[in-house]
Ligand binder design. Structure first.
Ligand code: PGA
Ligand code: ZN
Length: 423
């Protein structure tokens, strides 16, 4: 049974405070989990509680959320069985009392929910992914590796936030990670040769000043080849423009790269041109979170050739996802624990995708910690895709290293299949 619950203010990968929660068990073991934090957040995301005290961390402290764990959540959880995840998450929601966790803070609530999952795994003696999914959990995800950063994740000339490589042709996770990482290193060499900066953005991708958004795609194709892989066959491209961040309510403003403004239909036409030219297999948030009609038109036009992923538009919320499924808004969803705020609700969002035969991608945030929780979670959900950054920065690598470990532990039971349409 749960003997203690306490939280601590720690720092995330951008140096901003976040919440780490520790759950003590009767056997003396203490299990912990840390909460990530986004930069290009959807407007309907669960509320991340910040202190607003400008004397500390420019207002970004999380001492209120920490106090909520220690003073308001802990007393209700002590004595509970950590394997009753759904009951505990239900209790957390009731204690908060708002649909967006605005009262206690989604950072407080999620930290507890994740640490409880770890505690449950501990008492059952199972690795976290098997505890969450059952003993047959064995599917490793294809990584989406964000090797060029733009948008809100870098101060450069790219409008689009994420240019990712997906080693779709690899036979195992370990090989996929190698293909992607070698491509990352080949890209570094090419950038150097062109006199471009090889400094990295928030998710570990390169972030130089490019001539255009297109140049980023062209260099990635060249890097795939230079690393010895076939573009599209071995290593494909996935994009997350994060278009909400350059939508002004009417038009998509590509002025960061000097490409003018576009309508929703013009954006879809642009993506159509891009998929003719580059081996793109997935586009996430190609349009803004409010552009439901635009997304539906984009999915009708491109959905048979492309994975179209909704992130900001659904915010891992079963309510928005249900609408998306009904209206065929996209054909896949991004899944982020802290957008909704509990492990149980995140699993519900995944279950909805599964029911509809939708693909889903389990994702980190741009602000992360060294906690590899996401790796186990992605394997447990079994969707075959994870988005957790580039091939550098330890808060990203922690997830990849944990996936390597899971694959090795599973041995011959490990499965690895590309869930995407080949291009
Ligand atoms: P964020 O970016 O964590 O800054 O929101 C990730 C994404 O948009 O997928
Ligand atoms: Zn996104």
């Amino acid at each position: 049974l749960i003997k203690s619950v306490r939280a601590l203010e720690i720092l995330d990968s951008r140096g901003y405070p976040t919440v780490r929660v520790f759950i003590g068990l009767e056997n003396g073991r203490v299990l912990a989990a840390s909460v990530p934090s986004g930069a290009s957040t959807g407007m309907h995301e669960a509320v991340e509680l910040r202190d607003g005290d400008m004397a500390r961390y420019r207002g970004k402290g999380v001492l209120k959320a920490v106090a909520h764990v220690n003073e308001r959540i802990a007393p209700s959880l002590i004595g509970m069985d950590p394997t009753s995840q759904a009951d505990i998450d239900g209790l957390l929601r009731a204690l908060d009392g708002t649909p967006t966790k605005a009262n206690l803070g989604a950072n407080a609530v999620l930290g507890v929910s994740m640490a409880v999952a770890r505690a449950g795994a501990e008492v059952t003696g199972l690795p976290l992914h098997m505890y969450l999914a059952g003993p047959t959990s064995a599917r490793l995800p294809v990584p989406m590796m964000n090797i060029i950063n733009g948008g809100r994740h870098a101060d450069n000339t790219l409008d689009f936030q994420e240019f990712m490589v997906m080693p779709v042709g690899a036979p195992t996770f370990a090989e996929a990670l190698r293909y992607g990482t070698e491509t990352f290193h080949a890209l570094k060499q090419m950038l150097k040769a062109k006199g471009y900066s090889t400094a990295v953005g928030d998710e570990g991708g390169f972030a130089p000043t490019f001539k255009s958004n297109e140049e980023a795609c062209e260099l990635i194709v060249d890097a795939i080849q230079a690393a010895g892989y076939r573009p599209g066959r071995d290593v494909a491209i996935a994009l997350d423009p994060a278009a909400t961040s350059f939508f002004d309510g009417f038009r998509y403003d590509l002025s960061k790269s000097g490409s003018g403004v576009k309508t929703s239909a013009e954006m879809t036409a642009l993506y159509q041109q891009w998929i003719e030219r580059y081996p793109i297999v997935s586009i996430e948030d190609g349009l803004a979170e409010t552009d439901w009609d635009g997304f539906r038109a984009q999915t009708a036009a491109l959905g048979s050739r492309l994975q179209i992923v909704g992130d900001d538009i659904y915010v891992t919320n079963p309510q928005f996802l249900t609408r998306g499924i009904r209206e065929r808004t996209t054909n896949a969803a991004l899944i982020k624990l802290n957008q909704i705020g509990t492990v149980t609700e995140t699993i519900e969002a995944v279950a909805l995708c599964r029911q509809e035969g939708w693909n889903f991608v389990v994702s980190h945030r741009s602000g992360e910690t060294e906690d590899p929780f996401l790796a186990d979670f992605a394997v447990a959900m079994g969707g075959g895709q994870i988005k957790t950054g580039s091939a550098c920065r330890s808060e990203r690598i922690a997830k990849y290293n944990r996936l390597l470990e899971i694959e090795a532990e599973l041995g011959t039971a490990a499965r690895f299949e590309n869930p995407l349409v080949p291009r």
